[in-house]
Design a protein around this ligand. Structure first.
Ligand SMILES: [Zn+2]
Length: 236
């Protein structure tokens, strides 16, 4: 279990009658099953992605499981639905994605970042951007915009300027990590609210959890002018 899953397990143990046998599943269709065995042990099987749910969603889920409320609240279902963007859109994005570059295969890069930092997160579509667009600085920030995440079809796009031999893997991984944090923001946005993918204080703190953050920023600073001006890698 990772930290988020441990937090989820602790929450459920506090809220549900004991003894409780909890199993986290990778099932994306069945949200949960809960039953009391004749010997009094409660058996709860719960989709792993609930580790990403906010407090209100979990409160609603617990209230339903304990019988305090008779129907599963729509907020819980809405949360689960957001873990599964419309299948057709996701399929399209995956089909159109071009993760294999000349120097880097993004599916390998994202695989490493997911395994290391987001073991509870399901796989994501990732692609090199098609059109080279001018790189620009993020408004008022130290860094430049080299990636983006689109919640609608669950797609991470990386600027083709980074598909170059002088770019170190740690830097590319940091850019991917940044976009996966935005994905996490989108997945923890309350029901019915358009996700705001912002660099707030919480985001900045999370961003520093990336091992190699300082190293990657140092590299970016040293190569900023080249990234901003040298478009040769992007013109291919
Ligand atoms: Zn960002």
């Amino acid at each position: 279990m990772d930290l988020l899953e441990e937090g989820l397990a602790r929450f459920l143990r506090e809220r549900l009658p004991q003894p409780l046998k909890l199993t986290l599943t990778d099932n994306r269709r069945a949200l949960f099953s809960y039953r009391r065995r004749p010997d009094g042990v409660g058996e709860l099987r719960l989709a792993r992605y609930f580790a990403l749910a906010d407090r209100e969603t979990l409160d609603a889920l617990a209230a339903y499981l304990t019988g305090e409320i008779p129907r599963l609240p729509s907020s819980v279902r809405a949360f689960a639905d957001r873990q599964l963007p419309p299948a057709s859109l996701i399929r399209q994005a995956r089909l159109k994605a071009r993760p294999a570059g000349e120097h880097f295969d993004l599916s390998e890069v994202v695989g490493r970042v997911l395994a290391r930092f987001f073991p509870q997160m399901r796989p994501v579509s990732i692609t090199w951007g098609r059109r080279p667009s001018a790189l620009r600085r993020r408004a008022g920030k130290r860094t430049i915009q080299l990636g983006s995440y689109r919640p609608d079809d669950d797609l991470v796009t990386i600027h083709p300027a980074l598909d170059a031999p002088y770019v170190p893997p740690v830097y590319l991984e940091m850019v991917v990590f940044h976009e996966l944090l935005h994905r996490q923001q989108a997945q923890t946005t309350p029901p019915g609210v358009r996700p705001r993918l912002v660099h707030d204080r919480r985001f900045r703190v999370a961003e520093r959890l990336f091992e190699g953050y300082e190293e990657a920023l140092r590299w970016e600073k040293a190569h900023l002018s080249r990234l901003l001006s040298d478009r040769s890698a992007a013109k291919k």
